[in-house]
Design a protein around this ligand. Structure first.
Ligand code: NAD
Length: 267
């Protein structure tokens, strides 16, 4: 018989028919990189509202130490020493890591021939190499603790060739494939790895990177006819963070107003 929990507990085993009614991440310990802005900040807010213990990670300095209820932590995801120390601090304060959301990212829009090599290297270092470094650090703790869920924020620009995005598109394409390999390598140890691939979303990053022409182009190309909100991306992350998605791994969930589905535009 299906065991249904009305009480808010974490780590129900959906594979045994158990399920939770109510909050689906209550008590889980989640680390969210890029948690100070945009999509990451919306994920932090939603997971906290759903009862998770959340550590938001970003480049800015923390103004208070972590507690067993989470908090904010300074970390540069492109720096292995910073990541290693940060994850040790999370485990020391919160006891374990159940969820990692990689939302830290940088972007640039520039024609291929004008893209400097150092700009390419920096975008790969943060978006792709950073996801490898944090993923490895988190997965080591998760494996030792019986499992967990890693959600990497990819992009529709990692799934097809959007103009002017050689570095960014390559980094996000890499994140997509890295996530699939991680999902395969870690499945037996109970760690799930998935990608949420947003279309255009109103955030400080987009305000900085999208020109008026880019906005017009995305508007025509996106069937929903608008940019998404960070909260709409966070809702998809919540599902993948929770045990409700216990049989979902290696998946790329586009949250893009139909961007990837469109052939000829609607008339
Ligand atoms: P944002 O700029 O609002 O937030 C990104 C955060 O990452 C910032 O707070 C920044 O300080 C942090 N960050 C940057 N480099 C870091 C580093 N080395 N270490 C730790 N933190 C670092 O951007 P956003 O739009 O919310 O983007 C979040 C993620 O979503 C990114 O990976 C981005 O590529 C992806 N994405 C965004 C969109 C969009 O339209 N906004 C679309 C697809 C994918």
């Amino acid at each position: 018989m299906t065991k249904v929990s009305q009480s808010k507990v974490h780590n129900m085993d959906y594979s045994k028919g158990e399920r939770v009614v109510g909050s689906v991440v209550q008590g889980k310990v989640a680390v969210v990189t890029g948690g100070a802005s945009g999509i990451g900040a919306a994920v932090v807010d939603l997971l906290r509202a759903e009862g998770a213990i959340v550590v938001a990670v970003d480049l800015a300095e923390a103004n208070a130490p972590l507690t067993d209820q989470g908090g904010f932590l300074q970390m540069d995801v492109s720096d292995p020493a910073s990541v290693e120390a940060g994850f040790e601090a999370v485990v020391a304060a919160c006891g374990r890591i159940d969820v990692l959301v990689n939302s830290a990212g940088i972007a640039r829009e520039q024609p291929f021939l004008d893209t400097p090599l150092d700009a390419f290297d920096r975008i790969i270092a943060v978006n792709l190499r950073g996801s490898f470094i944090t993923g490895q650090a988190a997965a080591r703790h998760m494996v030792a603790n019986g499992g967990g869920s890693i959600i990497n924020i990819g992009s529709v620009s990692g799934l097809l060739g959007n103009a002017g995005r050689s570095a960014y598109g390559a980094s996000k394409g890499g994140v997509t494939t890295l996530s699939k390999v991680m999902a395969v390598d870690l499945a037996a140890q109970g760690v799930r790895v998935n990608v949420v691939a947003p279309g255009p979303v109103e955030t400080p990053l987009v305000a900085q990177v999208h020109s008026a022409k880019t906005r017009a182009d995305w508007g025509v190309r996106t069937p929903a006819g608008r940019y998404g909100t960070p909260e709409e991306i966070a809702a998809a992350v919540l599902f993948l963070a929770s045990d409700q998605s216990s049989y979902v791994t290696g998946h790329v969930l586009t949250v893009d107003g139909g961007f990837m589905a469109q052939g000829l535009p609607a008339r």
